[in-house]
Design a protein around this ligand. Structure first.
Ligand SMILES: Nc1ncnc2c1ncn2[C@@H]1O[C@H](COP(=O)(O)OP(=O)(O)OP(=O)(O)O)[C@@H](O)[C@H]1O
Ligand SMILES: [Mg+2]
Length: 275
């Protein structure tokens, strides 16, 4: 036998790699990632204090809409407002028990449990001003603990306002402080990787961008091949939900139009008040 044939000889039992058919994928998805109506989804969904939520999807996907649908499930909520005008925040302030603050004030959480922190951003120095207000808020909220902190524009706060560092601290230490951190982003590459490692609950929307799909599918507990297959095939406004601790996956769609009202719901009795 020549040298060459030793190298190129096939082992007797070469496993033949099975290429899955679309039908096989669809069958797996139907059982492992069932499509569930929102009401059913939230019935089985447990979002505990200190667990983070990441929402990742291109513009217009439905992140803010879904955000509006999950906020009623927490009682002590702070939403960071960044744009000079924002319809969703206006709506929270009009319909809800939210109160607007231009900077973080030490007001008793029980007195004012639901807040929009919205520094004035109407002139050319807005970014510098926002940076100071949010940096102070990150530091103060960290000490008060037990808040649910919401960033609708994660990239803007991390990159434009250069506040990646406190965001990282929240993601990595939030759990032990009872701080839930909720962050939306349009592209996974735009936020620190801690967002994925640190989020217990992830919602993702359709994208065909390879890098985004690669990041989404690399999530620990999730079945990465399945995520890779599903993400580019999601329907419009349909979200893929992944619980990164349990591996549970669902496909669902938030109610539309947005109804973020707390609707007199009692706070979760297990929820701990910030200090
Ligand atoms: N669950 C839904 N059902 C039906 N329509 C929806 C749903 N979610 C979003 N939409 C539609 O998509 C539009 C954009 O939604 P939304 O503002 O939530 O997107 P977004 O991901 O926050 O976008 P951006 O990144 O630009 O902030 C809504 O105005 C609405 O028309
Ligand atoms: Mg939005």
């Amino acid at each position: 036998m020549s040298q060459e044939s030793l190298f190129f000889r096939q082992p007797a039992h070469t496993p033949v790699r099975h290429i899955r058919t679309p039908e096989e994928w669809e069958a797996d998805i139907a059982t492992e990632v069932p499509r569930v109506p929102w009401d059913v989804f939230v019935q089985e969904w447990r979002w505990l204090q200190g667990e983070h939520v990441g929402l990742i999807g291109p513009t217009g996907a439905g992140k803010t809409t879904l955000l509006g649908a999950i906020l009623p499930y927490r009682w002590y909520v702070v939403v960071f407002g960044t744009k000079p005008a924002d319809d969703t925040l206006d709506m929270l302030l009009e319909q809800e028990d939210y109160r607007k603050y231009e900077e973080w004030l030490k007001v008793k959480a029980k007195k004012s449990p639901r807040r929009v922190l919205w520094p004035d951003a109407t002139d050319i120095t807005a970014e510098e001003h926002q940076r100071v207000v949010f940096a102070n808020a990150f530091a103060a909220i960290y000490k008060e603990m037990n808040w649910c902190v919401v960033n609708d524009e994660g990239w803007y706060i991390a990159e434009m306002l250069r506040l990646k560092q406190p965001m990282r601290v929240y993601w990595t230490q939030g759990r032990s402080l009872g701080l839930s951190f909720v962050v939306c982003t349009q592209r996974p590459a735009w936020v620190p990787v801690e967002m994925y490692d640190g989020s217990t609950h992830l919602f993702m929307w359709r994208t065909t961008e390879e890098e985004a799909i690669r990041r989404m599918s690399s999530l620990g507990a999730a079945n990465s091949a399945l995520v890779k297959y599903i993400v580019p095939r999601l329907e419009e406004n349909q979200a893929l939900y992944i619980n990164t601790r349990t591996g549970v996956m669902r496909r669902t769609r938030a109610p539309w139009p947005i109804r973020p009202s707390h609707q007199g719901k009692e706070p979760d009795p297990t929820e701990v008040t910030p200090q």
